[in-house]
Design a protein around this ligand. Structure first.
Ligand SMILES: [Zn+2]
Length: 429
């Protein structure tokens, strides 16, 4: 068979691929037996993975021909990005995978096996997902950099491929980390130093008043963050007929906010600019009286006056009310913030969030004014109750009413939860 015919065969077979997928997608799956449906899913997944292996073979061929150079492009990455509309990051990943897992061409044009032959073979068999491949490549790159003897690198590759066939990529990452810690303990220290150099966090304004938090956390910070945030981000148990409708991402966001509020309440933040760390909120007299509009913070964020006033119930929030020319009409006073003794008394009485069914302990609660202080409600035990961040946010908007009876808070549910609107209490064992 001549080379031209071979090439033509590749084109014909490649053209048949999308058609085969379209034909399969056009099949009716509803009549399939369960086992057959699972088989189809397994086979489709295997083909997807095999296609990724094919991708590396093709990219290796592009590189061997220096096709990018012929089109006066800087490299294969730019060629892929232009040809396939891939992001630079996606192109880089594919080129890196092709270099490690695709066939290689020697100086005299002879075909050489891939740098990582075991991983390449498993991938061509449809055993490895793209994430498995990334874990194996980064582990092997580190062993190579550590100048581990080649035989031991071969063993390590075989071991990781074997584990990849049994576990998902996340588990494989843990296995690879333990393997690296054993084979290259010094590398772990080097990684720690690199982590310290790379650590980074920023919070910058985005569109629509939202802010984008980006971070590269070192292992210790990540461990602390995950431990604290995960425990706080669990869905609230079904409370008094209401279920927690937040997405996982929204729950993580709210957990983060709870941590920051705790830090403010703790009053142990380092002093910045000569005064204790304080969120400074400004609003106009009209906004203050009407309870509507947007207040500003000293960092330029805008938040609703309602939210601002609720924040102002907490210990280290200062607020300023000014008139239209900027004259200060009023400012936050300690009278509105519960004293330490009041806080202890509230904790003794409420033992945590007092919304019916909520189990949040006192550390995660805020003080809620039953009659808002703006409406003349006083900062007395008779007018305060502890609410977690989640319930503090929803108590006014969710149609619930809080009333004090014999010095303890009762919650009157909205009619859609209880048509009789029987008051409820959070009874803790
Ligand atoms: Zn609660």
């Amino acid at each position: 068979m001549t080379a031209a015919v071979m090439a033509n065969e590749a084109t014909v077979r490649a053209a048949a691929l999308p058609a085969a997928v379209a034909e399969l997608a056009g099949c009716s799956f509803s009549a399939l037996a369960d086992d057959d449906l699972l088989d189809v899913l397994r086979l489709a997944e295997r083909a997807r993975r095999q296609l990724e292996a094919l991708d590396s073979t093709l990219i290796a061929e592009l590189e061997a021909r220096n096709l990018a150079g012929r089109y006066v492009l800087r490299g294969t990455r730019q060629l892929l990005s232009g040809l396939l509309n891939l992001s630079p990051a996606e192109s880089s990943t594919r080129v890196r995978q092709a270099r490690e897992l695709g066939p290689r061409t020697g100086l005299t044009g002879e075909q050489l096996p891939p740098l990582l032959p075991a991983a390449a073979a498993a991938r061509a068999d449809g055993i490895l997902t793209g994430r498995h491949v990334e874990v194996i490549l980064s582990a092997m790159a580190r062993l190579r950099a550590a100048r581990l003897p080649v035989e031991r690198q071969v063993d390590a590759e075989a071991f990781l491929v074997e584990q990849a066939a049994r576990f998902d990529a996340g588990t494989l990452r843990g296995i690879a980390r333990r393997l690296l810690d054993t084979l290259d303990p010094d590398g772990t220290l080097a990684t720690e130093q690199a982590q310290q150099r790379r650590r980074f966090l920023s919070c910058v304004p985005d569109r629509d008043g939202m802010h984008r938090l980006t971070a590269d956390l070192d292992s210790e910070t990540a461990a602390l963050a995950m431990t604290v945030l995960h425990s706080l981000a669990a869905p609230k148990p079904m409370c008094a007929g209401e279920r927690d409708e937040r997405t996982a991402g929204q729950r993580m966001h709210d957990a983060f906010r709870s941590v920051l509020k705790l830090a403010l309440r703790a009053g142990e933040l380092p002093v910045s600019g000569g005064v204790p760390a304080t969120v400074l909120i400004t609003m106009t007299a009209e906004q203050f009286q009407a309870g509507t509009g947007l207040a500003g913070t000293s960092f330029g964020q805008r938040l609703s006056v309602d939210q601002a006033l609720r924040m102002a119930d907490q210990a280290t929030i200062a607020w300023i009310v000014h008139n239209s020319t900027g004259g200060i009409l009023g400012y936050g006073t300690t009278r509105r913030v519960a004293s330490d003794r009041q806080t202890l008394a509230l904790i003794a009485r409420d033992q945590g969030c007092c919304f019916p069914g909520c189990t949040d302990p006192p550390e995660w609660t805020e003080k809620h004014h039953v009659i808002p202080w703006r409406a003349g409600g006083r900062t007395d035990l008779d007018n305060l109750c502890l609410l977690c961040d989640y319930h503090h946010d929803r108590i006014d908007t969710g149609g619930w009413q809080v009333t004090m009876r014999d010095g303890v808070p009762w919650f009157v549910p909205p009619a859609w939860i209880d048509p009789a609107r029987q008051p409820q209490r959070n009874v803790r064992p």
